[in-house]
Design a protein around this ligand. Structure first.
Ligand code: PLP
Ligand code: TYF
Length: 394
């Protein structure tokens, strides 16, 4: 039977990681996979995470199953961090999931259960796993214009024109902050227009938030999600702790379903639990426990926030250095968008051929759509990248 299997398309981002590892050139620069790296090229375990883990080792007295939804202390702490006081908590159902990806996968499954006719509108471009999971589940996907190839900002008029096609059966998937892959984000006025459209169409919004704290700050990055939550009747949120807690391999995420009325929450919660049970039963606990330990301890939380802020400011400084170096070398302001983008990524907006040229000639690895992981840079590699970009005639 297994001989019937066909080859599956590879994940291009993960493929690039392997290519980079095999490149013998000393000067190689990895701007591929979205993993934070410090100036030494290391993805550190955050201080507060280490302390929380020590505490868990010391104090944990059982590893018996939690519950299908995971530990409620984790869900509550995450809901506070994401949504603060923006919504009545009685309207929220939530489950711990294996990573943000687990939350996305189950959000899509929930959508399919609730409405088999639903189409999911995704930004063009979006994180490739959104597309592949939707295809895998056989859910119809519709792209809306998002990235303006000219300005490298958001093509907001195009986006709104395309979203005008949404019906009450559909879902609009939005990146809560730090858009992946482009780095271009809506401002709050634009978010308000999207909310008005969502309410007008009576469609379901879904927010994927994987980089809270990597853009403008922990609170600032949640502002759009909170605005949506306080303005619409129903909402799905898929959150990831992989980046902001640096616990990528622990697989720590949360799926939240916000119902219109508190009386619907029990059914929503039952459906989320059911999805966990069908897919893997109990969610992973270690990462969730680390996050809950940090968020419920004032000292640990303050230390985590301080380190997250250092991380964010480090990426911002690299953006500014790169934009100003490019301005100096090219004598033009056309790269100013790099300092305007937020989060880990910026899409340079060049062709796959140019991306390939940078890899072959300069051992610079970026994703084929010209997405760069800014955290893959350091003070010394910024001028090398800037020179290579200008030399390639980009
Ligand atoms: N959503 C986006 C846009 C992402 O970039 C990521 C990245 O890793 C995720 C979700 C989920 O990540 P994870 O499953 O590692 O938590
Ligand atoms: O976009 C990224 O690089 C991150 C990490 O299949 C990632 O979100 C990349 C590919 C993948 C899972 C995670």
């Amino acid at each position: 039977m297994l001989t019937n299997l066909k080859e599956q398309p590879k994940d291009k981002i993960l493929g690039l990681m392997a290519m980079y590892r095999e490149d013998p050139r000393q000067t190689k620069v990895d701007l591929g996979v979205g993993v934070y790296k410090n100036a030494e090229g290391v993805t550190p375990v955050m201080r507060a995470v280490k302390t929380a883990e020590r505490k868990i080792v010391e104090e944990q007295i059982t590893k018996a199953y939690t519950g299908l939804a995971g530990d409620p202390v984790y869900s509550e702490a995450m809901i506070d961090m994401l949504l603060a006081q923006s919504v009545d908590k009685a309207r929220l159902a939530a489950v711990a999931t294996p990573g943000g990806t687990g939350a996305i996968r189950q959000a899509f499954e929930l959508i399919k259960t609730a409405n088999p006719k639903a189409r999911v509108f995704v930004s063009d471009p979006t994180w490739p796993n959104h597309v592949s999971i939707l295809n895998h589940l056989g859910i119809e996907m519709v792209k809306y214009r998002y990235f303006d190839a000219e300005t490298r900002g958001v093509n907001f008029d195009g986006m709104m024109e395309d979203l005008a096609e949404v019906t009450g059966d559909d879902v609009v998937l939005l990146h809560g902050c730090c858009h992946n892959p482009t780095g271009a984000n809506l401002n709050l006025t634009q978010w308000q227009s999207v909310i008005d459209l969502i309410n007008d169409k009576a469609c379901l919004p879904m927010i994927d938030i994987a980089y809270q704290g990597f853009g403008d700050g922990l609170e600032e990055d949640a502002a759009a999600t909170r605005l949506v939550a306080s303005s619409v009747p129903e909402l799905l949120i898929a959150a990831s702790c992989s980046k902001n807690f640096g616990i990528y391999r622990e697989r720590t995420g949360l799926l939240i379903a916000m119902s219109e009325k508190a009386e619907n929450t029990a059914i929503a919660q039952g459906n989320l639990n059911h999805l966990n049970r069908q897919n893997f039963s109990f969610p992973p606990d270690h990462g969730a426990r680390v996050v809950a330990t940090i968020l419920t301890d004032d000292t640990l939380k303050a230390d985590w926030m301080a380190e997250l802020e250092e991380t964010r400011l480090g990426m911002l400084a690299l953006r500014e250095q790169l934009a100003s170096e490019l301005q100096r070398l090219s004598g033009s302001d056309r790269f100013g968008f790099l300092a305007q983008h937020r989060g880990m990524f910026s899409q340079l907006g060049t062709t796959p051929d140019m991306v390939e040229k940078l890899r072959v000639d300069n051992a610079i690895y970026m994703v084929g759509d010209s997405r760069m992981n800014i955290a893959g840079l350091n003070k010394n590699s910024v001028p090398i990248l800037a020179q290579a970009i200008v030399d390639a005639g980009i």
